[in-house]
Design a protein around this ligand. Sequence first.
Ligand code: 13P
Length: 257
Amino acid sequence: MNKATRKAVIAGNWKMNMTPSQTTALIEEMKPLVASADCEVVLCVPFVDIAAAIEAAKGSNIKIGAENVHFKASGAFTGEISADMLKETGVEYVVVGHSERRQYFGETDQTVNLRSLAAIKAGLKPIICVGETLEQRELGYTETLLKYQTKMALTNVSAEELKNVVIAYEPVWAIGTGVTATADQADEGNGYVRAAIAEAYGADVAETVTIQYGGSMNAGNAAELVSKVNVDGGLIGGASLKAADFSVIVKAASEQK
Ligand code: 13P
């Protein structure tokens, strides 16, 4: 398997945006625009929007995901949502370890791993985020850090289970800043992630894993980013809130096939 045969996944991460009624309206607008996609199309939405998103996406090629999942199966964890709860709503994907959760909500490499394992066990596909800060990049730690985060996140994940895992390389300095990594930087970062997977599982397995780029990906730069050999789609924040922009990104990934 290689770039041509790996599954490209374009996933929106709506973050803390959109009410349920806005969710319905946006997905209705997106549906016809992405109907002929030749890649996986996913929208990861706030928990309270999931029901509306699933209803609106019914019969279309849009898959729905959540933005986080707790690692315990149940219990006294006020405000948290378990993997089984998510599974029953009908979501297929869940974002795990986004840098905003690492930065603002105390997420660690260990909890990212536990959440990923919980998602996998419940039959959800985690989109696991890794990425360096600007300071870490400037100190020359990018490769070491990406490999460490990747291996930590995948602890106790089997090669078989890895088939249902997506990794997103999201340089923290490129998120929501309008500063996109260059296509070569994205390819290099994704390459480090793939190399880490190769070290842990072997090169053949690493070649099969979908690795997205995320960070200010938009309608103008998506085609170049997804053309890179290690970039199998994208995790898109701001541009996934606009149907026209998101559909251009989906089209760019589809044409890479
Ligand atoms: P932006 O596309 O808004 O930079 O966000 C990227 C991101 O964090 C996706 O998870």
